[in-house]
Structures are given as structure tokens and as C-alpha cells.
Design a binder for this molecule. Structure first.
Ligand SMILES: [Zn+2]
Length: 283
């Protein structure tokens, strides 16, 4: 299976170099992506690509194509001024970006969000300073080190016989009329399989039996790791949690394939939800 969007094995994170300040400062082979308040700088071409500038930045992302890759955040600028390129929302362009560009920009987006939302030490409320090329936040008051956070979320394709269970969450825009796989955050002390069963029962009242891992996807919008599963339902009846779900239905493959004619939308192509659905349609 090809890597899920926003991930790429081609980026060597080269974690051992994060502490090698001499290398990071001196290597002439370096280039840098730019972010502004969560948006990413890309070329004005169609399809776009990440716009790299020569030189380094405050966050070292790794090695790619013989270059050290950095990111810089110009969040402090009222208006982002760049000579070339344009700032865009990563989600809107991820499916047309080169895969490694999408992974580089996603990593930078997640890291800068983590830095921006972790300015004080959770232990003593002291101010945190970034170290190790951006990957560690150090508290000068108590000495603790804080590492990047990723919130685990399960996302599951629930089937029974030849039908799939898709839902429309209350948070989806009404006008999109989108039906997608169910998803939810893993809680402390909970195995992933149990999170799958709990979330499905909470949201739509359906009991799930067998659960099998499918694939994962980084989802830095703002700070999740999506863990994809296939799940087999052992009951049919849907009982919605109206606080979470606007609707949920069982669909046949033919209905999912004909979603446009039937007047509803599927999740976007950059999502593991769509990957799960496409994989089921192809089976
Ligand atoms: Zn502290």
C-alpha cells in the first residue's frame, strides 16, 4: 500500500543530527519551508509544490534528496510578505502536492502548533525554551524536558455483510452532506480495539466484534495520529447520539459508488477515511 497522505518514508528524520548544532549551522546543503499561522508557503504553479528557500530555520525536519530540510514560522508577521509563492491551507492542496512535500509541511505544521500551544511547563508553569533543533521544550525553572504530543485517534470502516456504516457528524458542514467513517479519540488506559468498539457504540449504538488494523496517518489538524481499522458489526440497529451525529446509515457498495447521483459526498482524498472506503470498494 502506498503511504497515506501527509506521511512519507522518503524524509529521513535524522534525529541524531538534532543535537549536532555544528552540522546544522555549517552544512551548505540546506533549505527551508515557511509557515504562517498554520498556512504553508507553496509555489504559485498548478499543481503547487512546497516553496523552499536556501538556508536554515529554527526547526530541523531531517534529510531529503541530499539536503538538510528546515522549517521557519513567521507567525509574528501581521501580513506574510514573501517574494514568491503564496500561503495556502495545507488540507486544500495535500492531494496534489508531491508526497514528500506534503509530509514535510505536515510535520512542520504539527511541530509549530505544539510549540505554540506549549509555552509553559505543565509541571511548574515555568517558561519553556526550545532545544534540540525544535524537538524538545526545556523548562529552565525545574529542568524538565517536554516532547512533541500526538493525540491518538481511531478511525474505522464498520461493515456488516456487504454494507458499510457511514455517518454524518454534527461538526461536518450541513451543506457538504458528507458521509464518512466514524472516528474518535483514544482515552487513557484504553486499547485501540476497545476504543473502536466504544466509539462506534457511543455514536451510533452499533455493536462491533472483530477489529483489524489497516494503516495509520499523521493528521496535524491540529495534533492527531489517525489509526485506521476495519471493524465487523454484530448488530444492525442504529441509535444516534444526537450530540455527535446528525445521521448514520448502512450503504451498499453501489450506493457509495453512486454517491454523487444520490446527492451525498464522501470524505476528501487526502484522508485515511477515503483510503479505507476506496479499499473496501475495490474488494
Ligand atoms: Zn518546569
Amino acid at each position: 500500500m502506498t503511504p497515506t497522505p501527509y506521511s512519507s518514508p522518503a524524509l529521513d528524520r535524522a534525529a541524531h543530527l538534532r543535537e549536532d548544532a555544528d552540522f546544522l549551522a555549517r552544512t551548505p546543503h540546506k533549505r527551508c519551508v515557511t509557515l504562517w499561522r498554520g498556512q504553508v508557503l507553496v509555489t504559485q504553479a498548478e499543481p503547487p509544490a512546497a516553496l523552499y528557500v536556501a538556508g536554515g530555520g529554527e526547526l530541523f525536519l531531517g534529510l531529503h534528496e541530499g539536503m538538510a530540510v528546515f522549517a521557519r514560522d513567521i507567525a509574528g508577521a501581521e501580513v506574510p510578505t514573501v517574494e514568491d509563492g503564496v500561503f495556502r491551507e495545507l488540507r486544500g492542496i495535500a492531494s496534489v502536492l508531491p508526497a514528500t512535500d506534503a509530509a514535510i509541511l505536515a510535520t512542520a505544521r504539527g511541530m509549530f502548533h505544539w510549540q505554540a500551544t506549549h509555552r509553559f511547563c505543565p509541571s511548574c508553569a515555568g517558561a519553556l525554551v526550545t532545544t534540540r533543533a525544535g524537538w524538545v521544550l526545556h523548562c529552565n525553572a525545574c529542568g524538565r524536558e517536554h516532547f512533541p504530543r500526538t493525540d491518538a485517534a481511531v478511525i474505522m470502516l464498520v461493515t456488516r455483510d456487504d454494507r458499510v456504516l457511514l455517518g454524518q457528524a454534527q461538526k461536518f458542514p450541513v451543506e457538504r452532506n458528507m458521509y464518512s467513517t466514524l472516528a474518535g479519540f483514544v482515552e487513557p488506559g484504553e486499547a485501540l480495539e476497545d476504543a473502536v468498539r466504544r466509539e462506534v457504540f457511543e455514536e451510533v449504538g452499533v455493536r462491533v466484534g472483530a477489529v483489524a488494523y489497516f494503516a495509520s496517518q499523521p493528521w496535524p489538524f491540529p495534533a492527531s495520529l489517525m489509526l485506521g481499522f476495519r471493524a465487523e458489526a454484530i448488530s444492525d440497529e442504529i441509535v444516534l447520539d444526537p450530540g455527535e451525529m446528525r445521521d448514520a446509515q448502512w450503504f451498499t457498495r453501489e450506493q457509495v459508488r453512486n454517491h454523487k447521483a444520490l446527492g451525498f459526498n464522501l470524505p476528501p482524498h487526502d484522508s485515511i477515511a477515503r483510503r479505507l472506503l476506496d479499499d473496501w470498494l475495490a474488494a
